[in-house]
Ligand binder design. Structure first.
Ligand code: SME
Length: 147
């Protein structure tokens, strides 16, 4: 199955899982579970904006840093720019926060409500160059479904 076919197959499942649920944390938890299972990523999770920091939310994978300041790391950068950041090689990203030394590439997708970033979806891969425009396209749709 291509990456696009995998996203196409999980989209209806995710839409069904979030429909009728109002609790954002519960929706985040199921969204990470579906993504993590479908793709076998190294780490899949959400961080929520709390004041001037991102705070760890539902995730699957190894333990992670609990708080990330605005503008720091890939997550804080995606929050600051209010746009998706794709990092083909995290070791070349200035300020990357290494929660796990096994991570080699990463994508961070911000979730916007009324023009404000309220959370980010962060996915880490053990491989280099894992994420591309197909991931951006689908993950931007999927991430917004937690609202
Ligand atoms: N690498 C991220 C930190 C979060 S962990 O990858 C789970 C960053 O640089 O923001």
């Amino acid at each position: 199955m291509t990456k696009q076919e995998t996203y196409q197959s999980i989209l209806p499942q995710i839409e069904a899982l979030v429909t009728g649920e109002t609790d954002m944390i519960a929706k985040m938890a199921n969204v990470v579970a579906v993504l993590h299972e479908a793709f076998g990523f190294w780490w899949t999770g959400f961080y929520r904006v709390e004041g001037q920091q991102l705070v760890l939310g539902p995730f699957q994978g190894p333990i992670a840093c609990t708080r990330i300041p605005f503008g720091r790391g890939v997550c804080g950068t995606a929050w600051q720019r209010a746009e998706t950041v794709i990092v083909p090689n995290v070791h070349e990203f200035a300020g990357h926060i290494a929660c796990s030394s096994a991570s080699n590439s990463e994508i961070v997708v911000p979730i916007l409500r009324d023009g404000q970033v309220i959370a980010v979806l962060d996915i880490d891969s053990k491989d280099f160059n894992t994420f591309d425009e197909t991931d951006r396209l689908y993950l931007e749709q999927i991430a917004q479904l937690i609202l």
